[in-house]
Design a protein. Structure first.
Length: 406
């Protein structure tokens, strides 16, 4: 009994530490962009130049996720996570002291480099530290933290910046993260990863690189790319598409998208419970995403333009998409060969950056061509292609001669 209680406490501690770390990583995605209106007014920096800062952050993060995964499997997730936390939080705090635009670009690069470690390091630690019967809920809390960071940051950071100035707001955000980094350091003995701490020896670089070109890993990458093309595209241009399609007031359209994200926050917690109870994570992912798409497609096909009808549709879509989060992570976990969790998670999650970049450009172009109807159709099409990708990824993993993690 005492051993079971101790194991539960350890699981809760690790899940909480990783969940808070992931929450902060999403805070830093939006902390500076939330202050762009204030920075533009106070510093006279153009929105185009400010947009470059965000682009540098996300491009750096996307390009470095796979290399960060290799590093996690080589030296361990614990030092990589703590170093990444220090980089992103330190860079955020240093924005308070820079008065040069090139220096701001450098800090955006530094923050993006720090951000690249979270997915491979977090998942490796969760897989290595949390007991099998709670891993699904651990993955769901990880995702929930990210959604909370996204939901809270735009309003809070803009409000804080308007009260104390954008520099002090960034200093506050950065110092908060540095405190969490220090806590991670003091609790590092509990943050065991799934490769180095388990004594799994690494193969040569060429063999490790070959893991990423296995059909299962490539299909998982494709899954994340297609899902991001649908979900991030909807998050980014959903309100604008509703406005263009139905001539809806902007505040109502924005409210609908916010409620959709709220649905995802609760869905991801439910998904964690389901992931721990049912083993066919690939099939369950396919089912809930298909239901989500079917519900969403009623909007363009039936031309449903009543806010009272759209709200439950978007909330249900968000709930189902949130449920799919922990399920899809369990699929990626199952296809990762022993000793490759970091690099596989880093590589597959970089598909989200690729999909996000494609969809934001494509949907922006389609809106400029007055084609909001086809944006909804493409969202559904991309997500269904993601469904086929995840099913084929799991099937390819079963046929692989490389032993996979349980």
């Amino acid at each position: 009994m005492d051993a079971a209680i101790a194991a539960t406490r350890r699981d809760v501690k690790v899940i909480s530490l990783i969940g808070v770390s992931h929450l902060l990583s999403h805070v830093y995605h939006l902390a500076l962009p939330a202050l762009f209106p204030i920075i533009h007014k106070v510093e006279g920096i153009s929105y185009a130049e400010l947009g470059v800062l965000a682009s540098v952050f996300f491009i750096t993060s996307g390009l470095c996720q796979a290399p960060a995964g290799f590093l996690v499997d080589r030296v361990g997730a614990r030092p990589v996570l703590i170093a990444g936390m220090f980089l992103i939080t330190g860079a955020s705090a240093l924005f308070a002291f820079t008065h040069s635009y090139p220096a701001m670009v450098g800090l955006a690069f530094m923050a993006g480099l720090g951000n690249s470690v979270f997915h491979p390091a977090d998942f490796s630690i969760l897989n290595g530290s949390v007991s099998e019967k709670r891993i699904g809920r651990g993955l769901s809390i990880h995702g929930f933290g990210g959604y909370v960071g996204y939901a809270a940051t735009p309003f809070f950071m803009y409000w804080l910046g308007s009260q104390i100035g954008w520099r002090d707001a960034m200093l506050f955000a950065g110092c908060t993260g540095l405190i969490v980094t220090a806590i991670l350091w003091t609790q590092r003995s509990d943050l065991r990863d799934s490769v180095v701490d388990k004594g799994i020896k690494q193969q040569s670089f060429i063999d490790n690189l070959g893991v990423l070109f296995q059909p299962s890993a490539v299909l998982a990458f494709t899954f994340f790319a297609f899902m991001a093309m649908g979900s991030i595209g909807l998050m980014t241009f959903g309100a604008s598409t509703l406005i263009a399609l139905f001539e809806m007031p902007a505040e109502k359209a924005s409210m609908i998208i916010s409620l959709q994200l709220s649905g995802s926050m609760f869905g991801i917690l439910l998904g964690g419970v389901l992931a721990d109870r049912y083993p066919r994570h690939d099939l369950m992912t396919a089912v809930v995403v298909t239901l989500a798409v079917a519900i969403m497609m009623t909007v363009p096909l039936l031309h449903l333009n009543s806010v009272h009808v759209l709200i439950p549709i978007f909330v249900c879509f968000g709930l189902l998409y949130g449920i799919a989060g922990p399920l899809r992570d369990m699929v990626v976990r199952s296809i990762a060969p022993s000793g490759s969790a970091g690099k596989v998670f880093g590589f597959t999650y970089s598909g989200m950056d690729v999909g996000s970049a494609i969809s934001t450009f494509l949907f922006g172009y389609m809106l400029s061509q007055s084609q909001p109807f086809w944006i909804f159709i493409l969202i559904g099409t991309f997500m269904m292609l993601g469904v086929f990708s995840i099913l084929f990824a799991k099937a390819a993993a079963r046929r692989s001669i490389v032993p996979v993690a349980a």
